[in-house]
Design a protein around this ligand. Structure first.
Ligand SMILES: Cc1cc2nc3c(=O)[nH]c(=O)nc-3n(C[C@H](O)[C@H](O)[C@H](O)COP(=O)(O)OP(=O)(O)OC[C@H]3O[C@@H](n4cnc5c(N)ncnc54)[C@H](O)[C@@H]3O)c2cc1C
Length: 406
């Protein structure tokens, strides 16, 4: 019988396993993953961006700690993860720019490097970038609803990495260092968590097999809430975390010298792009996307909602034709769009690590470390601010309000 069960073999399950064992958990841990390989869901479908530019202290801290781990992953874990500190460049219209500009000293006070970039200097980061509108037909400007770019922020410590390598690195290293303590079972879908007398007692697989354990860690991403529903948890004690599709597109780069050295760049309409193995990876959150398990990608979304904005800012972007595309699921915490890293509010020995709302890959190392400390020491010591991400904040009406979301 395992002492602990982790549901979910993604980057969060991997980081939770790794830090639980590294921090001294002396029980046996069983990881259950429904797919036939580890890290095949949101973790591998992610854009792999990381940034420490956030408006809340807790997100700044989680990402700062995690970025340090990514930087040293090769030394600490012995796995190459494609760590590329290419930076993030956020561009802004005049109204939001006023607020963001005032925030730059706050970032710097918190150890987050952020540089103000004048509109005319954006081209130094993104060749061909046009912050003004004079080059555009006024009808197009009106149709797209765009404004002049008033300023930009560059985060030099942000960048991109491969979350799948991080996840598999955590699982492989844990198995290698603690062979007698780790078991990973693929093709093992959890039907429900067994709850008796207000306490998690194990799980039941969809095959009908029952596995008892002392504790359960729920790291099943966008599927986590449904597992709790199937476990008989009433709505008011469930997590407000739902699956929402996000699409990514790989497109040709524009024929502009030096374009493959740009940072992750965020422009009008929330469109973002960065270099990806000689092409561009392009994304944009759709505010009208309904809740659901939809993994399809729609090329018209790129053609209508993304590429016209790219063309408006950078001549030659009309050449950026789709090479491939996919959809994946954000585990969106509909209540405040931030993670839940804590014990369940009413079920003993059930721990929740999900609801990352699109920033779970970049927060995974710190999330794993924090849940390990909560389990072993009763509270998150390395990043005490993680207490703000407890599930109880929902009942207490204390949302973590993050304003810098993409
Ligand atoms: C298109 C897209 C772009 C993104 N871009 C970024 C980004 O740039 N930066 C960033 O930080 N984050 C990004 N994210 C978010 C990031 O990918 C997630 O926050 C992160 O991967 C969450 O990891 P996870 O382990 O919780 O989830 P997952 O990787 O989804 O892992 C959960 C695992 O649980 C398994 N599972 C589910 N149900 C069961 C069950 N009943 N029994 C057993 N196993 C089960 C699943 O198969 C899966 O392997 C993006 C996400 C998407 C979809």
């Amino acid at each position: 019988m395992p002492d602990a069960i982790i549901i979910g073999g993604g980057i969060i399950g991997g980081a939770s396993l790794y830090y639980l064992l590294e921090d001294g958990y002396d029980g046996k841990v069983l990881v259950l993953e429904k797919r036939d390989a580890l890290a095949q869901d949101a973790t591998s479908l992610s854009a792999g961006g990381f940034r420490n530019l956030w408006s809340t202290r807790v997100n700044m801290k989680l990402t700062t700690w995690s970025i340090e781990r990514f930087k040293n992953f090769q030394d600490e874990i012995g796995v190459a993860i494609g760590y590329e500190p290419i930076g993030y460049l956020f561009t802004y219209y005049s109204e939001p720019w006023k607020k963001v500009r005032e925030f730059i000293p706050v970032w710097n006070e918190n150890g987050v490097r952020a540089e103000e970039v004048k509109p005319e200097d954006i081209e130094r980061f993104v060749p061909g970038f046009r912050p003004g509108l004079d080059h555009l037909d006024p009808d197009i400007v009106e149709f797209l609803g765009i404004e002049e770019i008033a300023g930009a922020v560059f985060g030099p410590d942000c960048g991109a990495f491969n979350p799948t390598s991080v996840a598999t690195g955590y699982f492989e290293r844990s198995k290698e260092r603690y062979p007698e303590k780790v078991e990973i079972r693929l093709k093992s879908e959890v039907e429900k968590i067994v709850i008796e007398n207000g306490r998690a007692k194990g799980i039941v697989l969809t095959s009908g097999e029952k596995i008892e354990s002392e504790m359960v860690i729920l790291a099943a991403g966008a599927y986590s809430r449904d597992i709790l529903v199937r476990s008989g948890i009433p709505d008011e004690e469930n997590i407000p975390v739902y699956p929402v599709r996000r699409m990514l597109f790989i497109v040709n780069p524009p024929p502009i010298d030096g374009f493959m050295n740009i940072p992750m760049t965020i422009i009008d309409n929330g469109v973002y792009f960065r270099p990806e193995a000689g092409n561009l990876l392009v994304g944009r959150a759709n505010p009208d996307e309904p809740v659901g398990y939809n993994y399809d990608a729609d090329k018209n979304y790129y053609l209508d909602e993304m590429n016209p904005y790219m063309q408006a800012r950078i001549p030659g972007m009309e050449y950026c034709r789709i090479q491939s595309m996919w959809g994946g699921l954000y585990a969106v915490n509909m209540w405040d769009h931030n993670a839940i890293i804590s014990p369940h509010i009413s079920i003993e020995n059930l721990f929740i690590v999900t609801g990352f709302s699109g920033h779970g890959a970049m927060e995974a190392p710190a999330a794993g470390k924090s849940i390990a400390e909560i389990i072993l020491k009763g509270e998150p010591e390395t990043i005490p601010e993680v207490k703000e991400l407890s599930m109880s904040r929902i009942k207490e009406g204390k949302p973590v309000k993050e304003t810098i979301v993409i």
